[in-house]
Ligand binder design. Sequence first.
Ligand code: ADP
Ligand code: MG
Length: 240
Amino acid sequence: MITFRNVNKHYGDFHVLKDINLEINQGEVVVVIGPSGSGKSTMLRCINCLETISDGELVVGGTKVNNKHTNINDFRRDIGMVFQHFNLYPHKTVLQNITLAPIKVLGEDKAKAEETAMYYLEKVGIPDKANSYPSQLSGGQQQRVAIARGLAMKPKVMLFDEPTSALDPEMIGEVLEVMKSLAKEGMTMVVVTHEMGFAKEVANRVVFMDEGRIVEEGKPIEFFENPHEERAKVFLKRVL
Ligand code: ADP
Ligand code: MG
């Protein structure tokens, strides 16, 4: 579903991604961990063309992202993204937040889009909030709306960039639960998170990044119990 081949990226003189090689299969849940500044967000953002790569090859769902002939808008609709700060439209209701892109981008009629939105609001457990505004919701509820909004586009891949980092501790669980059920249903997911419990329980694979490189990757049980690389050991000691 996603293939990085010798991908490099620079911000000016700064070499932020170094020879990234990574293959993510359909239905796989890959959790990306690593210290702050190691390039996790940049790697995620390359997947949906929020950033361009400098060289190498990145193929998502059979489409090369660094290709002039690729229509970015067609391509992006297959990829949902959930951010740390929910990025909901404050002056639109929950329902309007979710139906906006399906109506504008997919050309769905309003009734159909609303029906789909309600389906996903049920799924994330807050159908009663359809007519509320984001400011009337807790952080955990807002993030669940953001996930429902991503799902309403029926993406092939969902990207999560520290989806629980801005939440109060008591709200982290409810968002992780939604993500877990999504994983169970077979969604292909790439998740940057500091929630090691989630990584252990849900990930098919853990990717550890440091200073722009993938330093180690493996099955969670192997990675957490027996990390090979010194930098991974040091990181795990700090976070576990
Ligand atoms: P992470 O998500 O692992 O914390 P990022 O991918 O956000 O790391 O950032 C990796 C490095 O790239 C950091 O040193 C950051 O300061 C730098 N960086 C991120 N975005 C930009 C940008 N737009 N321009 C220049 N440097 C950037
Ligand atoms: Mg980041």
